[in-house]
Design a binder for this molecule. Structure first.
Ligand code: ZN
Ligand code: ZN
Ligand code: ZN
Length: 295
């Protein structure tokens, strides 16, 4: 209960900054290329890469703040800056996707002329760029987050493969409607992830109980203790999706000794720790008192 230190590991910011520079730079190339080739599919991929760059950029900026220790004003620390950063990223993707949709949807009915050779060139550039990123990552030591990043990079590669294939089809057949169709596909994929992320961000800000933590299971284990007469007013929430907080009222028999109370609290803290709950507040009550604090 008295371990209030943060456990988040320190990220190597140097590697992130290089990734930001590469992703941001490439997104700009894509935007210019998308406008020059008149391709909404390329623009959709540009939005996607802009989102990646924003994610890395906010990770560098906000994660540093979110690791700051708590103080008198922010008594829980600055961990909520991490979901705040995620919220900003989803908003960037949402606005960008909307703009592209306004470009792409009318073209379904009225396809515009495209520079398909330029599109092929950009798609090959995209494949090379993302391929280098995959190879760079593969060289690094194994970790859980690396797997997620690798999966994301593979998505990027698949996106560019689709654009390459579509551009070749357009060049061979002249079916320029393939471009807005690809654009819609990529944008739908972006929006699918946006809403998935918004859902988990919303749950964090609404103080929902963290995913994967079963309150009933916790209560069942606490009530197993013969000293415990009752449990009520349980609150479970998460600061950022990984740092979880709980408060709980535990009713014990009147006259339970100090030592017994101390060991009871220690047991509950240990149990909460097994459930990955990082910060626990326990109020011990006697069965003779009337708890006024609960509603
Ligand atoms: Zn404490
Ligand atoms: Zn309460
Ligand atoms: Zn109570």
């Amino acid at each position: 209960m008295h371990d209030h230190s943060t456990h988040s590991p320190h990220h190597p910011n140097g590697a992130l900054k290089i990734a930001l520079f590469l992703n941001g730079g490439f997104a700009i190339i894509e935007f210019i290329g998308g406008i020059l080739t008149n391709s909404t599919a390329i623009l959709s991929d540009a939005i996607h890469d802009l989102g990646d760059a924003a994610a890395i950029g906010t990770a560098i900026y906000f994660e540093k703040i979110s690791r700051k220790q708590r103080d008198k004003k922010y008594t829980y620390g600055y961990k909520r800056y991490s979901p705040l950063a995620a919220l900003i990223n989803t908003l960037i993707l949402l606005v960008g996707s909307t703009v592209v949709l306004f470009q792409a949807v009318p073209r379904l009915l009225d396809p515009q002329p495209l520079n398909s050779s330029g599109m092929i060139l950009l798609a090959i550039l995209g494949l090379i760029f993302n391929g280098i990123a995959v190879v760079r990552l593969k060289k690094e030591t194994s970790s859980v987050s690396k797997k997620a990043v690798l999966l994301h990079l593979l998505e990027d590669v698949l996106g560019w493969l689709a654009v390459l294939l579509g551009s070749i089809i357009i060049k061979l057949t002249g079916w320029t409607i393939v471009d807005p169709i690809m654009s819609l596909g990529i944008t739908m994929f972006i929006l699918f992830n946006v809403f998935k992320n918004l859902r988990s961000i919303f749950k964090i800000f609404m103080q929902s109980a963290p995913d994967g933590i079963d309150e009933n299971e916790i209560l069942r284990k606490i009530k197993k203790d013969p000293q415990v007469v009752g449990v009520h007013d349980v609150h479970l929430w998460t600061m950022d999706g990984s740092y979880h907080v709980a408060t709980i009222h535990v009713v014990v028999r009147y006259g339970l000794s100090n030592d017994e109370q101390v060991s009871l609290k220690q047991n509950i803290c240990k149990l909460m720790d097994d459930f990955d709950i990082d910060h626990v507040t326990i109020e011990v009550e006697f069965d003779t008192e009337n708890c006024q604090k609960c509603d």
